[in-house]
Design a binder for this molecule. Structure first.
Ligand code: DX5
Ligand code: ZN
Length: 218
């Protein structure tokens, strides 16, 4: 099993001091920062844009930018996010666009590529993309807002992706996002997840170092 990675979601940080939030993550020795991009169309909310990533880089962040595009037309913004400093770009399977071409274009820019699926989307929908990504993001809430309750009914989907990973000997990370705290992360870990996005539970924690250590021991 791959070692556990905690990817704090800056969406739950102080939006007036995002660079400070990124520094808090780095100061703990964590390597990943999860960035949630929303277009008010694929999801009913807005967050930030490529200029935010660029600003975080300007402020000195060297974290691995795990960029989650909740956009109806992600293919239009790949170049912009690559230029702004994204390290990984994860796109959703649900909207209609050329997923394979978009994943190839992400890789052609030298970035890591991921595919995400909503709670209502069957696991099988991502099968054609599995050879084009090195991360599958299983949403454990309906995307759009932080602070929602974890959906336990997503656990079989994690197990299914883990099963394909083994059967096909794929070098994939399985990431979960939404309602993740230590308890729900442990449930996901037991099904094969290895990458944990935590917004509310991370930025709301008083002892972030202890929390990070507990995630590392999952
Ligand atoms: C939800 C986003 C998540 C969100 C998770 O649309 O994709 O990354 O920040 O927030 P919590 O951890 O609060 O559920
Ligand atoms: Zn996310």
């Amino acid at each position: 099993m791959k070692h556990p990675i905690l990817a704090p979601s800056l969406l739950a940080g102080d939006h007036g001091a995002l660079a400070l939030g990124a520094s808090q993550v780095a100061d703990l020795g964590l390597k990943w920062l999860h960035l949630d991009l929303m277009d008010g169309h694929f999801v009913p909310n807005l967050s930030f844009g490529p200029q935010t990533l660029a600003a975080l880089r300007r402020h000195g962040s060297k974290l691995f930018f795990d960029t989650h595009l909740m956009l109806s037309e992600p293919h239009r913004f790949i170049d912009a996010f690559a230029k702004a400093g994204a390290d990984r770009i994860t796109i959703h399977i649900e909207p209609a666009y050329d997923h394979a071409a978009t994943l190839r274009s992400i890789r052609a820019l030298g970035l890591k590529a991921g595919i995400a699926l909503n709670p209502g989307t069957p696991a099988e929908s991502i099968l054609p993309c599995l050879s084009l990504v090195d991360l599958v993001l299983v949403m454990t809430v309906q995307p759009g807002f932080g602070g929602q309750a974890f959906r336990e009914d997503m656990l079989p989907k994690i197990a299914q992706v883990d099963c394909w990973r083994h059967e096909r000997a794929l070098d994939l990370r399985i990431e979960v996002d939404g309602g993740i705290d230590l308890a729900t992360a442990a449930l996901c870990r037991a099904k094969g997840a290895d990458t944990f996005v935590a917004g509310t539970s991370f930025f709301g924690a008083t002892d972030k170092a202890a929390l990070a250590a507990s995630f590392a021991a999952l």
